[in-house]
Design a protein around this ligand. Structure first.
Ligand code: IMP
Ligand code: MG
Length: 180
């Protein structure tokens, strides 16, 4: 896989250091309360498992699966819930955990959908933010890093389901996704 990587943006140490800070921030903001982290599969699974271990207040986990890119590098703009939450979130502190926000279409839809279920609070935490192609304004409460308008892979993030197990966040070589 390494020959397909253009550059490494954030290695394991850098990621963990920033995630520790995010965990501390969340723990402080919700001191005396509990939070429910809602991870968006599959991309956020690696980030989620590192993040939750840096949170010192009671933290619960649930996951959603939504359709986004399919196997291509362009967003379809169509958001569909393929797997919903297991539990009722009414009256709970919810944090949506995403791997990367690009156009913002996925989160714009999800935020509205979850707000309809009357949580006590709803915030957004994303490891990466790619603001260049935003179509919907999204307020991000917790953010790891900004990334350039390139194709990102690794640390849970895929191209056509590949590269999720890379331990770092990097850029995919252009020739890999242009030759398909
Ligand atoms: P959005 O709806 O355009 O904000 O897309 C969000 C989702 O698209 C993310 O959760 C990712 O799964 C996927 N995505 C966006 N940018 C990239 C990228 O650079 N590499 C891989 N997946 C991406
Ligand atoms: Mg995703």
């Amino acid at each position: 896989m390494l020959q397909d990587v253009e550059t490494i943006l954030f290695d394991e140490d850098v990621l963990l250091k920033r995630i520790k800070e995010l965990g501390e921030e969340i723990s402080k903001d919700y001191a005396g309360e509990e939070v429910m982290l809602v991870g968006i599969l599959k991309g956020a699974s690696v980030f989620m498992s590192d993040l939750i271990r840096q949170i010192t207040i009671p933290a619960y986990i649930d996951y959603m699966v939504v359709s986004s890119y399919g196997n291509s590098a362009e967003t379809s703009g169509v958001v569909r819930i393929i797997k919903d939450l297991e539990d009722n979130i009414e009256g709970k502190n919810i944090i949506i955990v995403e791997d990367i926000i690009d156009t913002g279409l996925t989160l714009d839809y999800l935020k509205k959908n979850l707000l309809n279920r009357n949580p006590k609070s709803l915030k957004i935490c994303t490891l990466l933010d790619k603001p260049a192609r935003r179509q919907k304004e999204i307020e991000i409460d917790y953010k790891g890093f900004d990334v350039p308008d390139e194709f990102i892979i690794g640390y849970g993030i895929d191209y056509a389901e590949k590269y999720r197990n890379l331990p770092f966040v990097g850029l995919l070589k252009r020739e890999v996704y242009e030759k398909r």
